[in-house]
Structures are given as C-alpha cells and as structure tokens.
Design a protein around this ligand. Structure first.
Ligand SMILES: *[C@@H]1O[C@H](CO)[C@@H](O)[C@H](O)[C@H]1NC(C)=O
Ligand SMILES: *[C@@H]1O[C@H](CO)[C@@H](O)[C@H](O)[C@H]1NC(C)=O
Ligand SMILES: *[C@@H]1O[C@H](CO)[C@@H](O)[C@H](O)[C@H]1NC(C)=O
Ligand SMILES: *[C@@H]1O[C@H](CO)[C@@H](O)[C@H](O)[C@H]1NC(C)=O
Length: 361
C-alpha cells in the first residue's frame, strides 16, 4: 500500500449527487477542487460516472458524452490517451454540453520532428464562442534524431505522426542493409499507413516536339536516392505505385500500321542495360499486367470506342493517357521514350510521378 493510496482513502467521498446548472451528475470521486473539477483516483484505472441529462464529462484528455437519462459509462483510463498505462491521479472536469457534444479539433502538428515534442488539441466548453477552450496535450515523436527504419511504414510504428523527411536504411532482397538515406514519409496518404515517397527530376510536364522515329526521344529518370536504394525500398514494401501520364496533340502512342510503339516507358530490367543499348518498351500499360492498352482501354472509357489509348485517336485535340503502374517487379520507371512528334503540329508532354510504397513485403 503506497502513500497515495493512504491519502486517497483519507479524502475519499464515494458518491455525490449534485446539481450543476440544471443537469444532474453522479460521480465517484475523491476531492472537489473547484465548482466543476474533481481530483479522482482509482486503483483499477476505471472511474464510474453517470449523469441524468445531456452532459459531457472530461477526464484529462478523454471525453465521454451522455445522452440517455441515468446512463452510466465506464471510462477505462488505462492507456487510452496517455503514454503511461495507468494513472494514479487525474482530474475530472464536468461540463454541461449546450446543444452539440464536445468535438475535439484535430491534433496539431508535433512541436518537434524528433526527441519528443508535444501536440495539442482542443474543444470548446460550450457553444459560447468566447468560452475558454479545453486543451489536451500529448507527447509525440519520441524517437531519437539519428534513428533509422526500414521504410516509412516502420517509422509509423516508431511513432512518426507528421509527414516529414526521415532516415531509412532499406534492406536489399539479398539481405544487405544499405547506408541510411533521407526520404520523405507521407503520413497522410493511405489513411496514415506511412507512405515512403521517392522523388525524382521528372515530376513535371516535360514538353516533347521534333522526334518522329519510334522512341527516338528519351528521358532517363534521375531519382533522388541511388537505384539500389530505390529497388530495395520497392522490394521490401507490400504495395508500390508510380503515376505516369502522356498528354498528346497529334502524337499517337502505338503505331498500328507498323505494330510498333511510338511512346512508352521502360521498366526496372532496362536499368541494367548499357547506355547505348536498345531499351525495349515495357508497354504503356498501367495496373499489374503487361498489355498493349492504356487505362481507358482497361476500363472501356477511351474517348473513341475503337482505340485502346486516347492518344491513338491521333488528332488535333489535346488528349491524355495516364494511370498508376502498380507492378512492383516492373518498378521503378527507368526512362520515357517518345516518337510521332516530328511534324509541326505534333507535340506531347510527359509527367512521371514519385514512387509511393507502403506495407511490409
Ligand atoms: C497525485 O496528486 C497529489 C495531490 O494533488 C500530488 O501531490 C501528486 O504529485 C500526484 N501524483 C502523481 C503521480 O501525479
Ligand atoms: C476552440 O476550439 C475549437 C475547436 O473545437 C476551435 O474551432 C476554436 O477556434 C477554438 N477557440 C479558441 C479561442 O481557441
Ligand atoms: C547523431 O549523429 C551526429 C552525426 O552523425 C552525431 O554528431 C550525434 O552525436 C548523433 N546524436 C545522437 C544523439 O546519437
Ligand atoms: C520489363 O520490360 C521487359 C521489356 O523491356 C519485359 O520483357 C519484362 O517482362 C518486363 N518486366 C516486368 C516485371 O514487367
């Protein structure tokens, strides 16, 4: 029996019924410290509160809303809002809900990117705009500034909450741990799963004009981290995707007459070919399979029913074919090749998105 237990016993008042501006509350508490504030202490971490009308009860950062008459709510205080599993002391604040229940604002960003910062959220006491807000505070980003993880998915498990750059040390499929590199972790996408984002220099519309021969123009994507790192991140993730788009004006993707690609991207395997070696098209497919088809062809939504890519309409209207490549074995996109832009009125723009990976393979 510790000293606080003795003090607890000394000041304990078991059940109190009282009137608070028209609402009735029954609270098991220890000591009233102000009109609507009570110190409480329980051994199990569970406090029983009931109220006879609409009311909201706040215990530290936990809020319970009551509607039905004489409803009793068991508030489990063990680890719900706190980092510590149990709380010896706490304060209960009972406030009258006027109209709507209390709604917490979203959490603020963490005050620090590492080594423990704080984040806060608040709600208003009442519908009165001038009322002081109740704020709750939580410790965040507890990890060290030099800490590393396999990828951003693992960073999430270490407590990374906000999107920011972080150090990762991916492991190759042969089990080799690569040196740490800085990468952007997007903690908002995919419901905050922790998406590893690999950026490069091609995330913009790059205009192409003046290249007639099949694939006679080439754009080699230059990633912000080494190719070995890129491949290791993709291989160790469960899901990866990369957006690709070709906006076209009189510039077709597939040359039906010659059965050849004009415009295409090339996949991972072509990264290991010599610079001057021919890089075969990997298609202009999206999704998991290799097919001579664009997204609109897969979903049967092309702007004309007899084509598999919008750009194959090949006319004087700006059109676009775009989608996500989701086949991990094909990623990353290594290069983008273009043809059929040699004539005065032929032009196009390519855009390649960042690689976005999440989950553990
Ligand atoms: C519990 O409350 C008492 C009295 O307010 C205070 O002195 C003590 O520091 C508190 N203990 C903890 C662990 O917060
Ligand atoms: C109080 O919190 C609410 C969100 O619950 C917010 O909209 C409002 O701006 C805050 N008011 C003050 C004075 O901070
Ligand atoms: C973090 O790394 C820097 C440089 O590598 C080093 O100087 C520093 O002592 C490290 N900090 C911790 C807390 O390990
Ligand atoms: C990559 O592209 C080549 C053609 O360049 C193709 O033969 C191969 O099947 C593709 N690999 C994957 C995994 O899509």
């Amino acid at each position: 029996m510790n000293v606080w237990f003795l003090i607890f016993f000394a000041i304990k008042i078991t059940v109190l019924a009282f009137d608070f501006s028209g609402n009735y509350f029954s609270v098991e508490y220890n000591q009233q410290i102000s009109e609507d504030r009570y110190l409480y202490k329980t051994e199990s971490g569970v406090s029983i509160i009931s109220c006879a009308n609409k009311c909201s009860v706040e215990i530290n950062c936990c809020v319970a809303n009551f509607d039905a008459i004489s409803q009793t709510c068991h508030l489990d205080m063990s680890g719900f809002c706190f980092s510590a599993p149990q709380h010896e002391n706490g304060s209960i604040t009972i406030r009258r809900a006027q109209g709507d229940w209390f709604n917490w604002s979203p959490w603020s960003k963490c005050s620090k990117t590492c080594e423990g910062g704080k984040r806060t959220r608040s709600h208003q006491h009442s519908n009165d705009e001038s009322a002081e807000n109740v704020t709750s505070v939580e410790v965040c980003h507890p990890f060290g500034c030099n800490d590393t993880a396999l990828n951003c998915y693992e960073w999430k498990t270490k407590g990374l909450l906000d999107s920011q750059t972080a150090l990762i040390e991916p492991i190759t499929s042969n089990g080799v741990q690569l040196p740490a590199v800085e990468i952007y972790c997007d903690m908002d996408m995919e419901n905050g799963a922790g998406v590893t984002v690999i950026n490069h220099d091609g995330e913009r519309d790059v205009t192409v004009h003046g290249y007639e021969g099949h694939g006679s123009y080439s754009y080699i994507v230059s990633y912000d981290i080494s190719f070995e790192h890129v491949v290791a991140i993709i291989d160790s993730s469960q899901f990866c995707r990369q957006f690709v788009r070709w906006k076209c004006f009189n510039a077709e993707i597939y040359d039906e007459g010659n059965q050849k690609w004009n415009t295409y991207w090339t996949n991972r395997s072509t990264a290991y070919l010599a610079t001057n070696e021919y890089k075969p098209p990997s298609g202009f497919f999206h999704g998991p399979e290799i097919r001579r088809i664009c997204d609109c062809g897969i979903t049967d939504t092309c702007q004309r029913s007899d084509v598999l890519c919008n750009c194959d309409i090949n006319d004087d209207i700006w059109r676009s074919d775009e989608g996500y490549v989701t086949n991990k074995d094909a990623l990353p996109i290594v290069a983008f090749f273009v043809g059929d832009t040699g004539d005065a009125l032929e032009e196009g723009k390519h855009f390649i998105g960042p690689i976005e990976c999440y989950g553990i393979a």
